[in-house]
Write a protein that binds this ligand. Structure first.
Ligand code: COA
Length: 217
């Protein structure tokens, strides 16, 4: 009896051990990899609406309507890297309407300040296809907030986050390296001739181990 109780105590202690070590060592990857499962009042999966620690007045939520889509498309085609990559408004609308993607917007004081497109199917599942912040709102951590949101969303289901960054987009590269991404490849002449897309990855476990350590949904 006493032995059983002791075993239960050890098991309980172990439950706390990993998150505690992660918190003490500042290992955000591990902390974020195992978010507490949240339920809404209907008892189903909580809606993906999040206030961010990176930009405290930022709310991230799914894209709402046609006005959101048009605003995101305008933001995309008027900004690098898409001007160099010759993205048209029609192409931007098509990407934003793609039902196989998940699109989220960041708002501050009700104003749309940026957006994020995720791909949760296919070979590179967990792919951040697009992240963009309105130039008037850059360098206020909205980009970091969107990427952390994407990571939390993806790490609930997959152990890898992938994204591409253009070879000439040095500012974005600096940000991604700072957020813990590693270069895994160079896709030469991928979108336009003479330029590369650099494939990046952030991981929390090999696929085989992930099956046994992933949090229960
Ligand atoms: C990349 C992007 C999403 C970052 O958003 P953000 O809100 O400015 O990012 P944060 O405030 O969280 O982080 C700022 C950091 O991003 C980097 N950065 C990215 N773009 C930058 C720019 N145009 N000017 C200066 N720094 C930039 C810097 O490292 C900066 O860090 P610093 O302020 O310490 O120098 C935003 O600049 C953007 O939309 N750029 C155009 C689209 C784009 O390049 N998307 C990425 C395609 S892969």
């Amino acid at each position: 009896m006493r032995q059983k109780k002791a075993t239960r105590n050890v098991e309980k202690a172990l439950l706390w051990y990993k998150p505690l070590v992660a918190a003490l060592t500042g290992d955000r990857r591990r902390c974020e990899a195992f978010p507490k499962p949240r339920k809404n009042s209907a008892g189903t999966k909580a809606p993906l609406v999040r206030e961010s620690m990176d930009a405290p007045d930022c709310v991230i939520e799914p894209l709402r309507d046609a006005e959101d889509i048009q605003q995101c498309a305008r933001m995309m085609v008027s900004s690098e890297p898409w001007t160099t990559l010759r993205r048209t408004y029609e192409e931007a609308l098509q990407v934003l309407h793609d039902a196989s993607r998940e699109t989220y917007v960041a708002r501050s004081g009700g104003q749309l300040v940026g957006f994020l497109i995720l791909c949760m199917t296919g070979a590179f599942v967990g792919y951040i296809q697009t992240v963009c912040v309105d130039p008037r709102w850059r360098r206020r951590r909205f980009g970091s907030a969107l990427i952390r949101f994407a990571e939390q969303r993806i790490f609930r289901e997959q152990p890898n986050v992938f994204m591409c960054v253009s070879s000439f987009n040095l500012n974005a590269q600096r940000l991604y390296l700072r957020l813990g991404y590693e270069v895994v490849g160079d896709l030469k002449n991928y979108v336009v001739a003479g330029l590369s897309e650099i494939l990046l990855r952030k991981t929390i476990a090999p696929l085989k181990d992930w099956k046994s350590v992933r949090p229960r949904q």
